[in-house]
Write a protein that binds this ligand. Structure first.
Ligand SMILES: NC(=O)c1ccc[n+]([C@@H]2O[C@H](COP(=O)([O-])OP(=O)(O)OC[C@H]3O[C@@H](n4cnc5c(N)ncnc54)[C@H](OP(=O)(O)O)[C@@H]3O)[C@@H](O)[C@H]2O)c1
Length: 309
């Protein structure tokens, strides 16, 4: 396609903004990219996390620039991007990592909980992306890497709202890839499977009503959560694996549009892609429903292949 700007891969010294750098995948990604030579602007929602993050970076022997960025606050997004541009001249990379979870059956999720989920995971991701695009466009290059989930391709049980937010990220990331390719900017989607991070403990995001024993879904939901917890404990995938895929997405000459991270996630996505739809629905969704039902009736069910973090 002669005449189209293909941009360029990231190189040492390029500025990269990472959202949600205080914990889990965002933390590991910030450290990994800094070790690879990027000028990393690691961002945290809560300024109290800055000192801890600086200490971790120093222990790991890397340098991070640390800024505050709250995905639900446009002023903080604009201020963070303005700081990066004034200090470095542009923004080469954005890693849309920060986000929240929401676990619970749809009827058990309140409007407020759903709004907060979409404000953070979807509208927040879009807002940071909109803030960096003009700078990438002027530079004629850039990479926008969005951390979706296997749950953005195949919804998990009892996390429908979270998966809906991840499906929205998928559509956004894929549409963006088409819009921005002629400008030399690539949009890449990362799809991790289950990884044991704070997402599965203090950031679990269980809907308040899902904890209520009078909920009609209480037994089914908690049976499904017990299965998910087993998967979390057994999953060999680590934040480092996601960090490495993100590093590849930023540095590859021609990055793929999607990187799936983890064996379980790869298997589920491949089954969905290659199996006839009705067979997949019967085996995968049907199998999971049967396991959850058995477990909720007290019959120790075996865990299924993958869930959604
Ligand atoms: N762990 C998994 O199994 C898994 C699987 C697939 C995909 N993912 C995705 O990977 C990404 C990182 O998740 P993780 O596992 O590392 O979980 P995590 O430890 O909960 O990390 C999420 C980060 O997002 C930040 N965040 C939340 N609300 C924010 C806001 N309004 N503004 C800015 N930052 C905000 C959190 O900061 P605070 O501490 O301030 O709340 C936290 O540092 C998420 O997008 C998640 O959906 C995770």
């Amino acid at each position: 396609m002669r005449g189209i700007n293909r941009g360029r891969p990231g190189q040492p010294g390029d500025a990269v903004i990472v959202t949600g750098s205080g914990t889990g995948i965002g933390l590991e990604t910030s450290l990994h990219l800094a070790a690879a030579g990027f000028r990393v602007y690691a961002t945290v929602r809560n300024p109290d996390q800055r000192a801890g993050l600086a200490a971790t970076a120093s222990e790991r022997g890397v340098e991070l620039e640390i800024l505050t960025l709250d995905l639900t606050d446009r002023t903080s997004i604009a201020a963070a991007v303005a700081t990066v541009v004034s200090e470095t001249g542009s923004v080469f990379g954005l890693v849309n990592n920060g986000g929240v979870g929401l676990r619970g059956y749809t009827e058990d999720c309140s409007e407020e909980e759903i709004r907060h989920l979409f404000e953070t995971n979807v509208l927040g991701t879009i807002a940071v992306t909109q803030a960096v695009i003009p700078h990438m466009r002027k530079a004629g290059c850039g990479r926008i890497v969005t951390v979706s989930s296997v749950g953005g391709r195949v919804p998990g049980f009892g996390v429908t709202m979270y998966c809906a937010s991840k499906f929205a990220q998928e559509g956004f990331g894929e549409g963006l890839a088409q819009e921005l390719a002629p400008l030399g900017i690539q949009s890449v989607i990362i799809e991790p499977g289950i990884i044991k991070t704070t997402r599965w403990s203090r950031h679990r995001g269980t809907a308040a009503r899902a904890n209520d024993p009078s909920s009609p879904y209480h037994e089914l939901f908690w049976a499904s959560e017990a299965i998910a917890d087993k998967l979390v404990e057994r999953s060999p995938t680590r934040p480092e694996h996601v960090a490495s895929a993100i590093g590849e997405a930023l540095s590859a000459k021609q990055p793929r549009m999607r990187y799936v991270v983890g064996r379980g996630a790869s298997l589920v996505i491949a089954l969905r892609r290659y199996m006839p739809q009705s067979l997949f629905e019967r085996l995968y969704f049907g199998g999971h429903i049967r396991r959850v039902e058995r477990r909720s009736k007290g019959g120790g069910a075996a865990p299924s292949m993958e869930s959604s973090g």
